[in-house]
Design a protein around this ligand. Structure first.
Ligand SMILES: NC(=O)c1ccc[n+]([C@@H]2O[C@H](COP(=O)([O-])OP(=O)(O)OC[C@H]3O[C@@H](n4cnc5c(N)ncnc54)[C@H](O)[C@@H]3O)[C@@H](O)[C@H]2O)c1
Ligand SMILES: O=P(O)(O)OC[C@H](O)CO
Length: 320
């Protein structure tokens, strides 16, 4: 049994994909009305329209209904993860918990794996991350992800149980690299959206992706990540997807900022809170993260797009 907690686009897509592969899948939502709508429509009309829920996906509203042997996937937005874990800690004790969120917590400045460890010290945390749009997974398009778990035995078992014919899962023990790659690429994707929205050109985007990758590495390596994790699916792979596709909400949010247009506040944009959290963490660690700083200043209304670019271009010249 696999229990997916969080019935947004990603949770629903993963539940659908795993259910098609056989076996029972629970899909928990925190809002009873949402659960009822999933039961009635057999579709997540709001977040993943046009994808029917297979019969073996069971929408549930009570965490009590998650059986002890279930593998739990946490597919909620990053800024709700800590509350979910703290408010329902009795349901998570000594469980294997696979985070699917990409971000850093605004209050604690840490990613999802560290958040699980902090909130439920008896749990075995893991993370499933990498380049993947929910719609692609739901439509059975080929996708490759990284599963990171410090315990090799648990990681191998998760890799087996989460792999499907369309979803290829690579494994690592480097949870730090996996969680930071997935979190920080969202900030760089916002920056790339801004330059494209402001018509500053594809060359500027390539520069931002490259220097953004350097910034991601700087923080991740300092915190103990392996360089090869950053160069893999969860880092470079997801950076490439998110910075170049209008399928990305972070990129689209940046586009709107660059065009001076409003953006739908109901859309999940993980990079906005993560920019602030990452900048705070970088300051604690004494690490330079100028793109993250520029994105944060732009989001906080301290600078406009031109001034944000000037912040980056007027930095002292340095070696690559
Ligand atoms: N959508 C994608 O393509 C995709 C791909 C990979 C990873 N992710 C990651 O998955 C996570 C979830 O994103 P999403 O796209 O599914 O978001 P979404 O915006 O589609 O849905 C978010 C869901 O979270 C629910 N929610 C809100 N507050 C909650 C709370 N307090 N407790 C429990 N649930 C709550 C909402 O009801 C909603 O159903 C994010 O961290 C995102 O980065 C998304
Ligand atoms: O829509 P985004 O920007 O949250 O990106 C979705 C996934 O993280 C892409 O891998």
């Amino acid at each position: 049994m696999i229990s997916v907690l969080g019935a947004g686009a990603f949770g629903t897509a993963v539940a659908v994909s795993l259910a098609r592969n056989g076996g029972s899948v629970q899909l928990w939502a925190h809002d009873p009305a949402h659960v009822e709508a999933l039961r009635q429509a057999r579709e997540n009309v709001l977040r993943l329209p046009g994808v029917p829920l297979p019969d073996n996906v069971e929408p549930i509203e009570r965490l009590d209904d998650v059986p002890p042997e279930a593998v739990i996937l946490l597919a909620v937005p990053m800024q709700t993860l800590r509350h979910l874990l703290q408010d329902n800690a009795e349901h998570f004790l000594a469980r294997t918990l696979v985070a699917c969120c990409k971000g850093m917590d605004l209050k604690t400045h840490v990613g999802p794996v560290q958040t699980i460890s902090d909130c439920v010290p008896t749990a075995m945390p893991a993370i499933l991350t990498g380049p993947s749009f929910a719609a692609d997974i739901a439509h059975g398009l080929p996708t490759a992800l990284t599963l990171a778990c410090r315990d090799e035995r648990v990681g191998k078992a998760l890799q087996q149980s989460l792999t499907t014919p369309n979803l290829r899962i690579y494994r690592t023990t480097d949870t730090i690299g996996a969680e930071l790659g997935g979190a920080l690429k969202n900030v760089i994707a916002i920056a790339c959206g801004v330059v494209i929205g402001a018509r500053l050109g594809d060359s500027a985007r390539a520069a931002l992706m490259t220097r953004g990758y350097a910034e991601m590495q700087r923080m991740a390596l300092r915190l103990g990540a392996k360089p090869e994790t950053l160069a893999g699916l969860s880092g470079f792979g997801d950076l490439a997807l998110t910075c170049t596709s209008e399928g990305s909400r972070n990129f689209r949010f940046g586009l709107s900022l660059g065009q001076g247009e409003p953006f739908d506040t109901d859309v999940t944009v993980e990079g906005a809170a993560t920019a602030r959290a990452a900048l705070a963490r970088a300051r604690e660690l004494g690490i330079e993260m100028p793109i993250t700083g520029a994105v944060t200043a732009l989001l906080d209304g301290q600078v406009d797009v031109r001034q944000a670019m000037d912040m980056l271009l007027s930095r002292p010249l340095k070696d690559e």
